[in-house]
Design a protein around this ligand. Structure first.
Ligand SMILES: CC(C)(COP(=O)(O)OP(=O)(O)OC[C@H]1O[C@@H](n2cnc3c(N)ncnc32)[C@H](O)[C@@H]1OP(=O)(O)O)[C@@H](O)C(=O)NCCC(=O)NCCS
Length: 201
């Protein structure tokens, strides 16, 4: 399995990625921030995404977005092809995209909104903490992405203070601390390496 920072070589997978994002959202009964082919194409060709493949087949994807003039970063659009789920692929993709985000935007806070347990687990392992929405970017463009969600009315009723998604935030000052104990990048790399070699795909 290859887990790579995206480049133009991955553009051949863009339609499949967009279709799977849509189909998965339909199956979960959630709405989804609109990701056009043009938007995903730009993310991929600018190297602002991570793509997993195996033997030339698309396996998974996630991309970086920046908000509030680069003060916040989100790792969005995480999707794993249904045939490859529950084998640790999302964990590896999120680790890679998180590392890329930290390299590109070392001072930015990294956040995510999710209803999914898998993503909550992965984010916790990366050092994200649950927060209320006022801790996140207040960039109007980010929140307008929620307009396609089936729960948008709830978000508006709650004056954007909370909704059904759990907000999670990684703050750079807390970097590399797990339960208050400092951990080294080499330990994170070793952990990721072990996960990769245990991958039963
Ligand atoms: C969510 C998704 C990305 C997970 O991908 P995956 O490759 O199966 O995830 P992993 O195998 O890396 O699992 C990560 C952790 O979540 C757990 N997990 C995976 N799927 C789960 C599920 N549906 N429910 C609960 N826990 C789940 C795993 O057991 C693992 O936990 P562990 O580290 O304690 O063992 C994938 O199911 C998917 O593409 N779903 C549709 C799109 C989506 O929901 N995206 C997230 C939007 S926020």
């Amino acid at each position: 399995m290859e887990i790579e920072i995206s480049s133009c070589e991955h553009l051949m997978y863009v339609s499949e990625i967009q279709q799977e994002m849509y189909d998965s959202a339909q199956r979960r009964g959630t709405g989804i921030a609109k990701r056009s082919i043009e938007y995903l194409t730009k993310k991929i060709s600018d190297g602002n995404a991570v793509v997993a493949t195996e033997n030339g087949e698309w396996v998974g994807f996630c991309y970086i977005e920046t908000w509030s003039h680069g003060q916040f970063v989100a790792n969005s659009g995480l999707i794993v092809s249904p045939n490859y789920r529950n084998r640790g692929v999302a964990t590896l993709i999120k680790n890679k995209v998180f590392q890329l985000s930290r390299e590109k935007y070392p001072n930015a806070k990294v956040f995510g909104l999710t209803t999914g347990l898998a993503v909550m687990k992965i984010n916790s392992d990366l050092g994200y903490k649950p927060v209320i929405y006022s801790e996140l970017t207040q960039d109007e463009e980010f929140w307008s992405g929620c307009k396609n969600c089936v729960n948008y009315e709830i978000l508006m009723k709650k004056e954007r203070k909370n909704c059904l998604c759990t907000a999670m935030l990684f703050v750079p000052e807390n970097n590399n601390k797990v339960n208050g104990t400092e951990i080294q990048q080499s330990e994170i790399d070793e952990y990721n390496g072990e996960k990769e070699s245990n991958l039963s795909v």
